[in-house]
Design a protein around this ligand. Structure first.
Ligand code: HEC
Length: 123
């Protein structure tokens, strides 16, 4: 094997090793990179998303657009009438939410939709 060929060969090996190492590290650091939506809980998963993105305008006091999302008993009304899912997905015919802010992260939307699919429990 000539020197040039050998250098190319080693370079190739290096690239393979390097990319697979980076891949492994990433997998260790972000085990949930795929967004975990198993066994969603209102308390642990859903309410925190609503609290940090929506409650400034939709707690009992502010009640923007006559929409209160504080507490399960209020939130569930907008789950059942479909307004919540329509608004966060910015579907036509719904006021796009959160208002004047970027769309929720895909993972946050998935969590909410999965929680609803799993029965929208007060869990
Ligand atoms: C900056 C204030 C603000 C924030 C933040 C906000 N909203 Fe709203 N929301 C409003 C206002 C104002 C309305 C009434 C808008 C209208 O009817 O055009 C509204 C209406 C709604 C409606 C009724 C929509 C419809 O078309 O019937 C839903 C559901 C809703 N918001 C959910 C949310 C959710 C979920 C979040 C968080 C992800 C959120 N909002 C964040 C101000 C806000």
């Amino acid at each position: 094997m000539g020197v040039t060929k050998l250098t190319k060969y080693l370079g190739f090996l290096f690239v393979i090793c390097f990319t697979s190492c980076v891949y492994n590290i990433e997998e260790e650091l972000y085990p949930d990179a795929g967004c975990s939506t198993v066994a969603m809980s209102y308390q642990n998963d859903i309410n925190p998303i609503i609290k940090s993105n929506c409650q400034g305008c939709h707690d009992r006091q502010t009640n923007n657009g006559n929409v209160t999302l504080e507490d399960y008993i209020n939130l569930i009304k907008f789950v059942n009438n479909g307004r919540l899912v329509g608004a966060i997905n910015r579907k036509e015919g719904f006021a796009p939410m959160p208002q004047s802010a970027p769309k929720l992260l895909d993972c946050e939307i998935e969590k909410i939709e999965q929680w609803i699919d799993q029965g929208a429990l007060d869990n």
